[in-house]
Design a protein. Structure first.
Length: 250
């Protein structure tokens, strides 16, 4: 007897996606980043590269809503605009490169980028050069390239902003709002490429529910005085999903 499915997913596959969406929301809520780092390694084997990106994009538009108002009050809006402009300019190149690689290569890229970012953060490596407007736009461009080819726009922005002498709330708000804007850019480009399918779109809407709940819970948990604890928790979750998502396990 065949196993009933929902939106193209078996009960086991759907359970994995729902748990991944919830955990990604919690990490995003208290750290300002981590949705793609947690979700993609688990979703890519089930949905493929473009399916995982589309589901992530739809889900992630709703997830950060409880925390947007708080973030908008403290973010440097000029820097945010430069990041998004740089991203918009280079993102199409990243998506074109994604069309040229095999799905397994995408999965390895996602997992190894996630693990590499964790190593850099854990070792405390930081950018110490002069920061100007052009530099901020270039970081946005790097995020666009990585966001297109591996679905991970966050690492470039995260590593850059965590090295800057800014209040933790400003860093968190910048990362959160940049990733929120990236979702709209990615959806627009995927639509233009004809990569938006109705069943994955609906699946993204379903996944938005646990992701929204996770974001709300993570936002309630956030306390600037416990920044180190939140970062460590985020690192553990990201490391687990990256290792679990490696194609080595099948």
């Amino acid at each position: 007897m065949s196993t009933p499915d929902f939106l193209g997913q078996s009960p086991g596959g759907l359970a994995i996606l729902l748990i991944a969406a919830f955990m990604a929301g919690i990490v995003r809520g208290f750290s300002g980043f981590g949705t793609a780092l947690v979700f993609l390694p688990l979703a890519a084997p089930l949905l493929g590269p473009f399916g995982a990106l589309l589901a992530l994009t739809i889900m992630d538009v709703f997830g950060p809503l409880p925390n947007l108002r708080r973030a908008w009050k403290v973010v440097d809006k000029g820097d945010l605009a430069r990041l998004l402009l740089g991203c918009a300019a280079v993102l199409p190149l990243g998506l074109w490169l994604l069309t040229r690689v095999e799905p397994e290569v995408f999965r390895y890229a996602v997992c190894f980028l996630s693990l590499s970012m964790l190593v850099i953060l854990t070792l405390g490596l930081r950018f110490t050069g002069r920061v100007g407007r052009t530099m901020v736009a270039a970081i946005g461009g790097a995020a666009g390239l990585l966001g297109g080819v591996a679905g991970l726009p966050g690492p470039a922005v995260i590593l850059f902003y965590m090295s800057r002498p800014l209040p933790v709330e400003v860093i968190r708000a910048t990362i959160l709002l940049f990733l929120f804007g990236f979702d709209f850019l990615l959806f627009g480009y995927l639509s233009g490429m004809g990569r938006v399918s109705s069943h994955v779109f609906l699946l993204g809407l379903v996944l938005a529910v646990p992701n929204l709940l996770g974001n709300w819970l993570g936002g309630r948990m956030f306390n600037p005085e416990k920044e180190k604890l939140y970062r460590m928790a985020a690192y553990v979750v990201i490391a687990f999903t990256a290792l679990f998502g490696l194609p080595l396990w099948g």
